[in-house]
Design a protein around this ligand. Sequence first.
Ligand code: PLP
Length: 396
Amino acid sequence: MKTEFGTYGGQHVPPPVLKALAELEQAFEAAKQDPSFKEAYRYYLKQYVGRQSPLYYARNLTETLGGAKIYLKREDLNHTGAHKINNTIGQILLAKRMGKKRIIAETGAGQHGVATATAAALFGMECEIFQGTTDMKRQALNVHRMELLGAKVTGVSQGTMTLQDAVDYAIGKWIERLDDTYFLIGSAVGPHPYPSMVRYFQKIIGEEAKQQIIDQENTLPDYLIACVGGGSNAIGLFADFLEESSVNIIGVEAAGKGLKTKDHAATMTLGKPGIIHGMQTKVLTEADGTISPVYSISAGLDYPGVGPEHAFLEETGRVTYTSATDQEALDAFYRLSKLEGIIPAIESAHAIAEVIKRAPTLPKDNIIIVNLSGRGDKDVGEIINLKNKAARLSRG
Ligand SMILES: *Cc1c(COP(=O)(O)O)cnc(C)c1O
């Protein structure tokens, strides 16, 4: 099988889907060559999403840590509060161009479901979101959001009743109506061309950041840091810098309760080559080869696979992958909130945790750009619960 990223990528799907993927690839390649498509994508990113997002010098965090200068790429300021909307706008425009009338998507925590339902509402498309029933209970507010936006949310009660089963279920539903339905994948994962397509629609993050750091500092950064779930905000920041050999690039996965426990989602660190959701990549599996249940405090990083390009970038050594525990992410969450007045998504707090470890070890003239992939309002309730639980435990 042809693979796009070294030995990673490919199209591990049933034959009817292969045909739909070929149609999708053709439409995507044609759209990339069409100036009016690019113009529409740029128009909605500017006028609807609110791009460009600022590259903000975090002076208080920098001075407190006492090392490298830290810049935050503010994807949290986008409409709907994260980077995910960049991709859903791009893919919906593509779906429209292909004459599709119906959008389906998988979602875990509901963030991608909300971004998809938002774009579907904007373009008047029918929208159905598949979400594990366990996740629907945990993320009731996002279910209401999707419904307010006009989407139908269908519960998936097979397997673990979480994201990994919602993806398989959505692929099954896609096969039933390939002719009028567009399957909108939310991260840089899945069969070709999705990983490349999601990268294309997210690389605006790094393109902007590059120009912004040159404007503000007249040089390239020394480090880029981003959290990695499926890997879309990370590849979005990294893509335009991969050829710049002076730039060190770091992806941060969720180490959950620790890499020595089973409760983590550190696919790059502890996973092995395997197949999941139509792609060859790195996967967390059990001794018998079945896919591991994964865990992280952050629902958005809670995925047993990873985008195939990241598996490749690790193998070539271009990007270094590390991890942050729940506790480290929580500390970073509190620290950024207090020091900068910015409450980060708990996913993004994993990237901040790496900054907190690394910045103090670097000279003051070094520059770090960290991707603040989303805002933390969605996490406040959960974090208050954790705090109350810890307080009860300490009182005995
Ligand atoms: C979904 C999400 C992520 C993880 O997804 P990637 O595809 O790895 O970027 C990270 N941050 C936020 C705020 C998210 O909503």
